[in-house]
Design a protein around this ligand. Structure first.
Ligand code: ADP
Ligand code: ZN
Length: 245
């Protein structure tokens, strides 16, 4: 009896739910998936963190996930080390597996911000298959010139303990060589050395840049000038996200 009652209440809820749901409430339930594209050093990581914080959804950086695995010495970490050290892209199958695993966690139910994925056409196609049931996403392309990129990366320092990112030229830590937030000594990422940066840029132009055309054709892409002050870039990204397309 109780069971039947609960069942009919649910059924009524479903009927009323669909009768009364207008466009806006359906939109509100939609998963929010934001993809940040851009060359290394374009500010993707910094912006992805802020956007995810603002929207209350997780920030998923494939580079951070790989570095975490390297640090923990996992099997995955061992398999990707040579690629990270040389600045080459990790093979698609490895990245796609790791990403699928990550986005199936419960904290991703409302959506997520992707930073560093997809980085090749096969990865973008894998993502489309993965999202087929979920629907929409928006792609933000951060545009920055090569010269700026090299300066930014060369000056980049990060906190190995809390993950905060600084730049010794444009946004230094107020505590000098120590993290302003937690006091840990800042480090330069080993792949931020000049030769490795150059290889990362080559990989970007050959494998990742074609994604701009891929997403443009789908009408998913918004270009944002990544040379502006980070606060301004952030405002422009938030505005682009809130605009319906
Ligand atoms: P950045 O965007 O500053 O170049 P990331 O932290 O995003 O750096 O990535 C660091 C490295 O991790 C890359 O050079 C590459 O070796 C590997 N990597 C990260 N994401 C991917 C991906 N989607 N596909 C292949 N390799 C990746
Ligand atoms: Zn810190």
């Amino acid at each position: 009896m109780m069971k039947a009652l609960i069942f009919s209440m649910c059924a009524a809820g479903l009927v009323f739910g669909s009768l009364f749901s207008d466009d806006s409430s359906e939109k509100a339930q939609e998963k929010m998936i934001i993809i940040l594209l851009g060359p290394p050093g374009s500010g993707k990581g910094t912006q992805a963190k802020k956007v995810a914080g603002e929207l209350g959804i997780p920030h998923i950086s494939t580079g951070d996930l790989f570095r975490e695995n390297l640090k923990q010495g996992t099997d995955l970490g061992k398999r990707v080390k040579e690629f990270l050290d040389s600045g080459r892209l990790v093979p698609d199958a490895i990245v796609v597996d790791m990403l699928e695993d990550r986005v199936s966690k419960p904290d991703c139910l409302k959506g997520y911000v992707l930073d560093g994925f997809p980085r090749s056409i096969p990865q973008a196609e894998a993502l489309d298959r993965l999202l087929a049931s979920t629907g929409s996403y928006k792609v933000i392309n951060l545009q920055v010139a090569d010269q700026t990129i090299i300066e930014r990366i060369e000056g980049r320092e990060s906190c190995p303990s809390c993950g905060a990112v600084y730049n010794k030229y444009s946004s230094p830590s107020k505590k000098g060589a120590l993290c302003e937030k937690c006091g840990t000594e800042l480090v330069q990422r080993s792949d931020d050395k000049k030769e490795v940066v150059e290889e990362r840029l080559r990989q970007y132009y050959s494998q990742t840049e074609p994604l701009i055309g891929f997403y443009e054709k789908k009408g998913k892409l918004v270009h944002i000038d990544g040379r502006e002050d980070p606060q301004i870039v952030f405002k422009e990204i938030m505005q682009a996200i809130s605009e319906k397309k």
